[in-house]
Design a protein around this ligand. Sequence first.
Ligand SMILES: [Zn+2]
Length: 191
Amino acid sequence: MLMGHSWSDSAGRTDRADTSQVAELKERYREIRSKVAKRTQDDNRVRRRLLSKYGKRESDRTIQQIHRITKKIVEHAKANQFGIVMEKLKGIRKLYRKGNGQGPSYRGRLNSWAFYEIQRQIEYKASWDGIPVVYVNPRGTSSKCPNCGSSLTKLEGRKLLCPSCLHIEDRDAIASKNIMACAVPQARPGK
Ligand SMILES: [Zn+2]
């Protein structure tokens, strides 16, 4: 199961996909691009060539880093015979537009392209290993407590509190668990 940057499985394990390196890389290449643009002001042809070269390199490296993330997730699913459930991407993008405490700079650095790539790779790798992949609509997935179903209260930052059972957890992790719970009836074991 994957939800934005967090994922959880039916054994109750929740983890974050570490995308910090992808974000750093995007930042580094943004600096490179602005330097190139400055230094090649007099030569459009050279500028185009260099920007295209660095653009290609950035995208190759981003894909490599995402490979490391998706490999770990698919291997975990395979080892435990889990299916994989992902949010419909439209939901992820909407969530990011609305903001979830990460701030605009973070959202800008990790653009929706990276999420498309994460899903694309997971789907591809999972199909090689015969792991079922299901997409769910993420609407409202962080409004109810995954333990008791009560409505949650917002705390500081990304945390949510359940007033009934006093469960406190990161918003992404809660959404991830709830999505997992709705997806279970659809799962087809052994397939
Ligand atoms: Zn609760």
